[in-house]
Design a protein around this ligand. Structure first.
Ligand SMILES: Cc1cc2nc3c(=O)[nH]c(=O)nc-3n(C[C@H](O)[C@H](O)[C@H](O)COP(=O)(O)OP(=O)(O)OC[C@H]3O[C@@H](n4cnc5c(N)ncnc54)[C@H](O)[C@@H]3O)c2cc1C
Length: 394
């Protein structure tokens, strides 16, 4: 077994890190305060090819592997979780189309998503429906050559500026997925402000009132919306969020290593106090553990191994809960400064909490992971029984 980045992945990691250091670190706090991501920052992300980095080259993307995509999400997440959220939802839409889109949908949308000419957003949640996502209340009806959508979507990341939404609705009580361009008649976009974290991610509500879209905008088939389209996009989104959480945790660790080396109390640097070192130890170990779980999920994704879905849930659960704990300690270590806008750790703390809620909350991951634990246990017992029978009969 070899656990090392390839030279190409290492090269990409260095490039991503340098992009974040030069373009993002200094402005992330301002974006957070202004609840806005500047267009020129998104343009820079697009120009670097990062928005379409995972799409295959045949569609104009960078064709990077899952591990390299993870490294990109970690680095962007280290700088600004809002911008990482853009990468996440944009690629969820692109990935869903790649997997479930028709030939003409791919030909029309994928090259535009790859270059960032078009920004995609993922519209599943509603005022009454979050975790229980397959029971969305938005409806779709077929009318001649169009679909008519009615309902409301909430918390749509970068909904304020997205060009196309992947919207989930019940068509004859069967969850189905539709592409809704932002200028569709009957679609109204309302900005949401004042969120706890990822404040620059320009959230919006979508109001669909007899919203009319062409028939060719159905993605996959009727009834494929949740089990196929949403689930594959959510797995990809979860993977990106897990890596983004490693980025937040790494940013907290780096901030604390620097702060505790400079700040003095009781005549010595904070880093000389054992209780501070204990928190640093937990950070070092847990960042590494979270990153290793992400590597495992990415490795399986690159192999096309279906076990990657559960490994991604495990990585997202561990990385998001770890990021929350680490960010909590980072604020503690920074004392009063940690509670002020002069240091970024309070932003990391607010952003980390959001990561426990999105892409399947901590509790939803716990339910899936516990089920998996029991399944593994039953399988192990079954194979032990089988081996015992084979031995007895031989
Ligand atoms: C900043 C931000 C960005 C977002 N971006 C998007 C986006 O781009 N697109 C989109 O579609 N949605 C988005 N969301 C919505 C997000 O996906 C939902 O908030 C999430 O799925 C949880 O749903 P909910 O908020 O309705 O909580 P609920 O589902 O109402 O859950 C409330 C609480 O109950 C717990 N809970 C629920 N069910 C169970 C259970 N069976 N057992 C135990 N506990 C349970 C949950 O874990 C949670 O703690 C975003 C949310 C935020 C905060």
């Amino acid at each position: 077994m070899q656990l090392e980045l390839t030279p190409q992945q290492k090269e990409k990691q260095i490039a991503y890190r340098s992009f974040v250091d030069s373009e993002i670190m200094d402005i992330a706090d301002r974006c957070d305060r202004q609840e806005h991501t500047p267009k020129d920052l998104i343009d820079k992300l697009a120009q670097k090819g990062y928005l379409g980095a995972v799409l295959p080259q045949e569609w104009g993307g960078g064709g990077i592997d899952a591990i390299a995509y993870g490294l990109l999400c970690e680095e962007i997440g280290r700088g600004c979780s809002s911008l990482r959220s853009l990468l996440t939802v944009h690629n969820m839409v692109a990935y869903a189309l790649l997997k479930w889109g028709s030939k003409s949908q791919k030909e029309y949308w994928l090259p535009k998503l790859a270059t960032g000419e078009v920004l995609g957003a993922f519209a599943l949640s509603e005022p009454n429906i979050g975790s229980d996502a397959k029971n969305v209340e938005t409806t779709a009806t077929n009318s001649g050559n169009s679909y008519i959508l009615n309902g409301q979507k909430k918390w749509i990341t970068y909904g304020q500026i997205a060009d196309v939404f992947l919207v989930f609705a019940q068509w004859d009580n069967q969850p189905s997925a539709f592409l809704v361009p932002k200028n569709s008649p009957g679609l109204t976009i309302k900005p949401i402000s004042g969120m706890l974290g990822v404040r620059a991610s320009m959230l919006a509500e979508l109001h669909l009132n007899d919203c009319q879209i062409p028939q060719e905008n159905l993605v996959g088939r009727r009834g494929f919306g949740f089990s196929c389209v949403a689930n594959s996009a959510l797995d990809y989104g979860r993977y990106s969020v897990a890596w983004g959480c490693v980025g937040i945790a790494q940013a907290c660790l780096e901030a604390c290593l620097q702060y505790t080396s400079q700040r003095q109390q009781f005549g010595v640097a904070l880093k000389e106090h054992q209780l501070i070192r204990q928190m640093i130890t937990e950070m070092v170990v847990n960042v590494k553990a979270a990153r290793l779980l992400c590597y495992q999920a990415g490795y399986l994704k690159d192999k096309g191994d279906p076990r990657s879905i559960m490994e991604t849930s495990i990585a997202k659960y561990f990385a998001s809960t770890t990021a929350t704990k680490i960010a909590n300690d980072a604020v503690q270590i920074h004392g009063g400064n940690g509670c002020s806008g002069d240091y970024p750790v309070q932003r990391y703390w607010r952003d980390a909490k959001i990561m426990e809620i999105i892409e399947g909350s901590t509790q939803i991951q716990q339910i899936a992971i516990a089920d998996y634990g029991y399944q593994q246990h039953s399988l192990a017992a079954f194979s032990r029984d089988l081996s015992a029978k084979v031995l007895t009969n031989s």
